[in-house]
Design a protein around this ligand. Structure first.
Ligand code: 4NP
Length: 162
């Protein structure tokens, strides 16, 4: 059975589509496509249909990620479809709990920072780069590259030993 992972931020144009693209690339490089499905969504629908922010696309490209996700809001069905729903910050985390249709559904929500703690112990959330300069986007990509690698290791451990 496939493990389905949904990354969630506010606009679904910066952090979560980057996490989605990075995770997808890690899964493909490891030849694990048959075991995982990845997607992303936002708690705010104002950017619906848009490609990721050009600043994020420009920062991701030289690292080997071609981001072409189209922004979409989180839906109630996402709580049934996805096994793991990862929030970029506390605001997203709380909004996801508000949107969750049941207690069981809310048990699928986690903070992405659980997986970035090892590489970035001084960061308590994945910071919104929208109003930041280039360094903000690079920091998000650094955190997400390390975090997605940790996440995939964790999931592979579960799949092989769980
Ligand atoms: P994201 O970044 O949540 O990482 O996609 C943002 C995108 C849009 C806005 C804020 C943050 N906004 O205010 O429109």
């Amino acid at each position: 059975m496939k493990q389905r992972i949904l990354f969630v931020c506010l606009g679904n144009i910066c952090r979560s589509p980057a996490a989605d693209g990075i995770m997808q690339a890690l899964i493909e490089r490891a030849g694990l496509e048959e075991f995982y499905e990845v997607d992303s969504a936002g708690t705010y629908s104002g950017h619906r249909g848009e490609l990721p922010d050009p600043r994020m696309r420009r920062a991701a490209e030289p690292r080997g990620y071609h981001l072409n996700h189209r922004s979409r809001p989180v839906t109630e069905e996402d709580f049934e479809r996805f096994d793991l729903i990862l929030a970029m910050d506390d605001n997203n985390y709380e909004n996801l709990h508000r949107l969750a249709p049941s207690r069981k559904a809310s048990e699928r929500i986690f903070r992405m920072v659980e997986f970035t703690r090892e590489s970035h112990p001084d960061r308590y959330y994945v910071p919104d780069p929208y109003y930041e300069g280039r360094e903000g986007f690079e920091l998000v990509l650094d955190m997400l590259e390390a975090g997605c690698a940790t996440l995939l290791n964790y999931l592979e451990d579960q799949r092989n030993n769980g």
